[in-house]
Write a protein that binds this ligand. Structure first.
Ligand code: EPZ
Length: 432
């Protein structure tokens, strides 16, 4: 298994390209199931989770052509054509779903297009129990008959789905996306109230509109969908990854550096920018994206609470915690989205961090320095928080279980090294 070795203490300077957003790309790929025509996605990131989704879609009968890298238009990602001419299977098997929870996003499209779907329940996850009850209840409200048997969701809608008003009791990105896709082909009008407003949801909605869907209220918490008889092919560019962007902003901040995020969108990160500005980071738009620098001021502790968009993202909480370890003063970090998303705390503590957890809050007291150590993490964002800590730490940090990072960060070590970090991947057996 690969490892990543970081020798800390170098401040980051330069520029890096932000990749296409993983969490936008996954539902967009699932949307290809809604039409027998070709959906072309531009700026797809090269990540393990994208490969997992491609494998799942292939076994549903989707033919997939990857057209390599395309550099025009400022993006560096791949162009992928997905054609679901006929659906070969409406079953998403456990072996694929257990690798990636986002597989459940095929449920809505398969049910809407084929009138049935059997999707394995994803099961628990390192960061929380993460049920899919909101997806299921919403589809039932659209008229689906659903049974949970032998670890699978068995969904049927032999006479099609029918639009209705669905009020989500809790904001859920995945449930909003699943229901939005299903509603595009439902009879009549569907209202999704208390819908997630994440930029990835809006990106999906824009793509569906390009495919012929009728959706109003994009970007708000109330989506109105007027069902159509069929969708058609389209070409859509995946938005830049705001979480990857935010992660590299924090890498610049923790090292006292100054980097340009090419393709980065400040508008998608207003909550993080407000918090980091208070902490001592300067931001400036550029022709190609924006710059983040922490060269003029010391880092200060700032309190943060994660919230659904447009609040501070849970997917940046672990990185923020690493950053606050390097700040003067204390910071209270409260996680409200997932019940078990502090697994980075003991690993950061092994590097010398001073963090006390009380329920859903962690009190981080800044320390003058961290020390490098061998570390490992149990999920994607926790892993990258340890990379950030390693960039700040004295000495050498070796991150194990790099496969977590590879699920969501494309060429992380190259991007960081390109800005002057001393970081390298130790491959396979050499790492054993
Ligand atoms: C998406 O997960 C992201 N994944 C997550 O990113 C992200 O952390 C999360 O949204 C929150 O922003 C993808 O987009 C592929 P939710 P999702 O449904 O859709 C509860 C990363 O690191 N809930 O918005 O699964 C749930 O348990 C990942 O890239 C229910 O109770 O998240 C959680 O507490 C990790 N019932 C809250 O809602 C349901 O049916 C929000 O989850 C669904 C969710």
């Amino acid at each position: 298994m690969d490892k990543i070795r970081i020798r800390g203490g170098k401040s980051l300077h330069g520029s890096l390209h932000v990749s296409g957003a993983k969490n936008a790309a996954l539902p967009l790929m699932a949307a290809s199931l809604l039409t027998d025509q070709t959906l072309t996605l531009v700026n797809l990131p090269h990540l393990a989770d994208i490969t997992t989704m491609a494998n799942l879609l292939s076994q549903h009968g989707v033919s997939i052509h990857m057209n390599g890298h395309a550099a025009e238009g400022g993006h560096t990602g791949r162009v992928v054509e997905l054609s679901a001419g006929t659906i070969a299977s409406t079953t998403a098997p456990y072996d694929l779903v257990r690798k990636m929870r986002a597989s459940v996003l095929v449920l809505g499209p398969l049910l809407a297009r084929c009138g049935q779907a059997q999707v394995s329940l994803p099961g628990g996850c390192a960061i929380g129990t993460r049920p899919v009850d909101l997806h299921i209840q919403g589809l039932e409200q659209l008229g689906a008959e659903i049974e949970l048997r032998e670890g699978y969701v068995h969904a049927r809608a032999p006479r099609g789905l029918t639009g209705t008003r669905i009020l989500f009791p809790k904001v859920s990105v995945g449930a909003t996306e699943n229901l939005l896709m299903a509603a595009t082909l439902a009879r009549g009008e569907t209202i999704l109230a208390n819908a997630a407003r994440e930029p990835e949801v809006s990106d999906l909605a824009h793509c569906l509109v390009a495919m012929g869907a009728r959706i109003e209220g994009i970007g708000t918490d109330t989506l109105r969908v007027i069902g159509v008889d069929g969708l058609h092919g389209a070409t859509h560019q995946v938005i830049a990854d705001r979480i990857e962007t935010g992660t590299y902003v924090m890498a610049a901040a923790i090292t006292g550096g100054d980097i340009e995020l090419i393709g980065g969108r400040m508008d998608d990160l207003t909550a993080m920018i407000a918090v980091l500005s208070k902490a001592g980071v300067d931001f400036e738009p550029t022709d190609r994206g924006f710059r983040a620098a922490r060269t003029r001021r010391p880092l200060r502790g700032v309190d943060v609470m994660t919230e659904p968009y447009p609040g501070f993202p849970t997917d940046l909480q672990a990185q923020m915690m690493a950053l606050m370890c390097a700040a003067e003063g204390a910071a209270m970090i409260t996680e409200t989205i997932f019940e078990n998303r502090f697994m980075h705390v003991p690993e950061l503590a092994r590097m010398g961090a001073d963090i006390t957890v009380h329920g859903a809050s962690a009190l981080v007291r800044g320390v003058p320095y961290l020390t490098g150590a061998p570390v490992m993490a149990t999920d994607l964002r926790a892993s990258v928080s340890l990379v950030l800590a390693g960039l700040f730490a004295r000495g050498e940090t070796v991150l194990n279980r790099v496969y977590h990072l590879d699920r969501g960060y494309e060429r992380l070590e190259e991007k960081l090294a390109g800005c002057g970090a001393d970081v390298e991947r130790i491959r396979g057996e050499a790492a054993a």
